[in-house]
Design a protein around this ligand. Sequence first.
Ligand code: ZN
Length: 233
Amino acid sequence: MHTTALVLFSGGQDSTVCLAQALCKYERVETIGFDYRQRHSVELQARLVVLDELSTQFPKWAPRLGPDHVIDLAVLGQISDTSLTRDMAFAYENTGLPNTFVPGRNLLFLTLAAALAYRRGLQVLVTGVCETDFSGYPDCRDDTMKAMQLALSLGLDKRLLIDTPLMWIDKAATWQLADDIGGQPLVDLIVEHTHTCYLGDREHRHDWGYGCGNCPACELRSGGWVRYRGENA
Ligand code: ZN
């Protein structure tokens, strides 16, 4: 029986839904985030606000929520040249991947998370990766997750589970999942406090939250919101 988990938590919509679900499912939950000198520190600020709001608004979850760990990954800036770490405009590469893509980034995140989970005695890694609203990230695929689970379990000589609750659902279903887990208060919390926009826009408020409204991350989030609201109209 798995009772403890480490959630890869970025402060975005997806990882917040994963965290809420983990707080329902597991008795002890810790969070890990990565500071890779994102162009905007908006996400890193958002994650602290979301952690605080989750504890305050859902007192039954507060005792389960353990320490938050932020890992300094400035080193990513040395091996990538992307619009997330440098001052470049968002664009698509010839490969069809957004230039926000840091090759293999998620593999690094999972490896570091596994090392921390081992040290902290946590059995499950929870991550909000998804193949459905697929942005073209090969390190978010289900096969990659299964291979990582095996590699990490072998390499640590300890069985580690990678839990991917969003793998096969789209963004509308992710909003619905938040609704199912925490009702309107959780949906409102996600709208108001989580951050998704690639441009770090916290000025423009839409009914689905803050963002520029035009970048691929905003398009996914708003498109999902419209379908979710339509289904609940
Ligand atoms: Zn945006």
